[in-house]
Design a protein around this ligand. Structure first.
Ligand code: SF4
Ligand code: SF4
Length: 291
């Protein structure tokens, strides 16, 4: 069972929900937490896993050799403007290169060699039986895609049974990175907060899920007993999976970099929420329901 935890915007408590749900399932079934928010991964701050493996994600880029005739075909073919032929020289801009390999294909004289540069890394660790993976994009880099794809591959290598739960902590927003992190999930959990900004971004996230054809439900964080989110969900026929109260104690635990599962009260809340989500996925699978 793959669950994607998303939010239309940052700061809604997405990682809090993802981390604590993963911890709530880990004692009972094989669970993997994967932090796909590669530009700003912070799930490991709360999980504090024992890191057992780190691997570098590389991206290929061209290096021009002496066979070059400066015909300019590679530069014309590059969609990303990562090559320019100027005054008898081919200039390569590695930071713009997406590693697509087109320049090597179009070069008529085999003057394009492929070299690699490090783009980020993937960490793998464990905490109390919970397998933890995170992707980290190198500072100054903007191409999250290859790191996300690397994480996807690592996630697949580890997933062995249908009973296993994979919690994909996706980036905030509605970019390509969000789509690539969430696709293939059995349920997307949209975390929101009861503010006008929260509602605005929730609507964008709902639109994205519908566009992707992904099943989804909503968790309301910082529930202040208002009706803003409930009314929207009722109006749109969206399942409200649960709520987390607006409570100063949660903020204090968060600011200490601890998981809420260490506290009895919140432990019970996330266990109940976790059971509700598993039941919801099973029910939807049985009924073949699509929102
Ligand atoms: S296509 Fe090949 S030969 Fe032409 S400029 Fe590029 S590297 Fe040089
Ligand atoms: S590999 Fe693709 S993106 Fe990179 S320079 Fe060549 S054509 Fe451009």
């Amino acid at each position: 069972m793959r669950l994607a935890v998303l939010s239309g915007k940052g700061g809604t408590g997405k990682t809090t929900v993802a981390v604590n749900l993963a911890l709530s399932w880990a004692p009972y079934r094989k669970t993997t937490y994967v932090d796909y928010d590669v530009e700003e991964p912070n799930g490991f701050i709360f999980l504090r896993p024992q890191i057992r493996d780190t691997s570098t994600v590389f991206l290929p880029y061209p290096e021009i050799n002496k066979a070059c005739t400066f015909c300019g075909k590679c530069s014309e073919a590059c969609q990303y403007h990562a090559l320019a032929v100027v005054g008898g020289k081919v200039l390569v801009f590695p930071e713009l290169c997406h590693g697509c390999g087109t320049c090597g294909i179009v070069c008529p004289v085999g003057a394009v060699d492929e070299v690699e540069r490090p783009l980020g890394k993937i960490d793998e660790g464990e905490r109390d039986g919970l397998l933890c993976l995170q992707g980290v994009l190198k500072e100054g880099e903007s191409l999250a895609g290859p790191v996300i794809r690397g994480l996807h591959r690592r996630e697949k290598e580890h997933s062995s049974s249908l009973e296993e739960i994979i919690v994909a902590d996706c980036p905030p927003g509605s970019s390509c990175s969000v789509i690539h992190s969430a696709e293939g999930s059995d349920l997307a959990i949209l975390v929101t907060e009861p503010t006008l900004f929260g509602l605005h971004d929730l609507k964008i996230a709902v639109g994205l899920m519908r566009e992707m054809g992904l099943d989804f439900g909503v968790i309301q964080n910082k529930d202040d007993q208002g009706t803003l989110i409930q009314e929207y969900c009722a109006q749109e026929g969206i399942t409200l999976l649960g709520s987390i109260p607006f409570d100063l104690e949660i903020a204090k635990i968060y600011s200490r970099g601890q998981s809420l599962m260490q506290d009895r009260k919140w432990n019970d809340l996330f266990k109940t929420l976790g059971e509700r989500i598993v039941t919801e996925v099973k029910q939807r699978k049985t009924e073949g329901e699509i929102i």
